[in-house]
Design a protein around this ligand. Structure first.
Ligand code: SF4
Length: 378
């Protein structure tokens, strides 16, 4: 298992370069642009080309993504916001409600998760049975009445092997929510090609399966399933014609290099995920990461902006951790390209910003809820 110190690598390009801090010095330096290191000139060129994009591309190198990710934050966010406006309506934000349909009792060892049985003695979270179809549909109705247009259901399972009855019930939930005119997403762990097809036949819009972090850092976070197994599930989802929702968690102890690595993996898939959730770790007492310090907001913003640039057509979702963000911080994220949030009473096992609070925030800033099955296209 690699340590954070071992994993910490230097960015390919650092900004700003050691140099002038004051205007007169900067002027002098600008007269000496021929002295700008070649690596820095190349990074600028990569960035300029990236923000001029008119279509998504899939052949990014880690070097290019690193050059984008390490741009000065103000410039990075502004340019990401400009690109966002080329691909999306900037005032349109998707409202999703995420319900836990089966809590706790999971056999996996994800070190951030309260639902793993391995940490149950520390977290005290009891395992529950799967929710009934009628209670889930009631929750979806409430979400719709409050303005949510996408309803996501999460179950704490490693995979769906041997869960025929559960899959049948979940298919019924999916059809019921679709009949309300909402988008439906589920996250059930690893699934096989035939299970993906069954979910598609029930009307599933999207399947969530996060990669969490870079391939290199991943073994420090989870040992019970591999990065390749996760990618395989994403490929089964894609092959079944279901939209892919796959993102990461920041604040696990990863480095900038890992965040660049995650962005590289998702942005070089044959088709970009339609949705990329950016989670800030919510440390839960009793889990191995329960004492971690919250990730810096600037890291969150930088990751969102870089994600917007390398996957311009994707919906970028502010996921866990939004509850701790000031309203102005959330707006910076929207300006830099985020265009979806989770809203409602709960987000799996953690607190979530409520519908009323979000409605008021949207009204203050002139944001509007994205309609179902629309991507807020510009
Ligand atoms: S697979 Fe999901 S529910 Fe299970 S421990 Fe990991 S994050 Fe938690």
């Amino acid at each position: 298992m690699s340590t954070v110190a071992e994993a910490e690598a230097q960015p390919l390009y650092t900004f700003p370069p050691p140099g002038p801090l004051w205007r007169h010095e900067a002027k002098q330096a600008s007269n000496n642009s021929e002295h700008e290191p070649e690596s820095q000139q190349r990074a600028k060129q990569i960035f300029q080309n990236a923000v001029a994009a008119t279509a998504p591309r899939h052949n990014w190198t880690k070097e290019e993504i690193s050059a984008i990710y390490h741009q000065p934050l103000m410039e990075l966010s502004f340019r990401a916001g400009t690109l966002h406006r080329r691909f999306h309506s900037p005032s349109s934000v998707q409202l999703c409600t995420l319900m836990n349909i089966k809590t706790g009792g999971c056999t996996e060892d994800c070190t951030y998760c309260a639902q793993s049985t391995r940490y149950q003695s520390g977290t005290g979270l009891p395992a529950k049975r799967v929710e009934t179809v009628s209670s889930v549909l009631e929750a979806a109705r409430l979400a719709k009445a409050n303005g949510s247009t996408r309803f996501c259901m999460g179950a704490a399972w490693r995979d769906m092997r041997g869960r025929k009855n559960a899959l049948r019930n979940i298919s019924e939930m999916i059809s019921g929510v679709r009949a309300m005119g909402m988008e439906v997403c589920v996250t059930l762990g690893m699934i096989s090609p035939s299970q993906a097809q069954e979910l598609k036949a029930a009307g599933l819009t999207a399947y969530n399966h996060n990669l969490d972090t870079s391939r290199e850092f991943y073994p420090s976070v989870i040992s019970t399933r591999s990065y390749d197994e996760r990618l395989q599930t994403l490929s089964h989802v894609r092959d079944a014609g279901i939209s892919v929702c796959s993102g990461g968690i920041l604040g696990l102890g990863e480095t900038d290099t890992d965040r660049v690595g995650l962005l590289h993996t998702v942005s070089t898939l044959p088709t970009h995920p339609e949705s990329f959730p950016v989670n800030a770790l919510v440390p839960i007492k009793g889990t191995p990461l329960g004492d971690r310090k919250p990730v810096e907001f600037t890291t969150m913003l930088r990751t969102i902006a870089a994600a917007r640039i390398v996957m311009p057509a994707t919906i970028i979702r502010i996921a866990a951790g939004r509850k701790t963000m000031a309203e102005e911080q959330q707006m910076l994220c929207f300006m830099a390209g985020a265009n979806a949030i989770f809203t409602g009473e709960k987000m799996l096992t953690t607190e979530c910003n409520g519908w009323d609070e979000d409605k008021e925030m949207f009204a203050r800033w002139g944001l509007e809820a994205m309609e179902s099955f629309r991507k807020g296209t510009a």
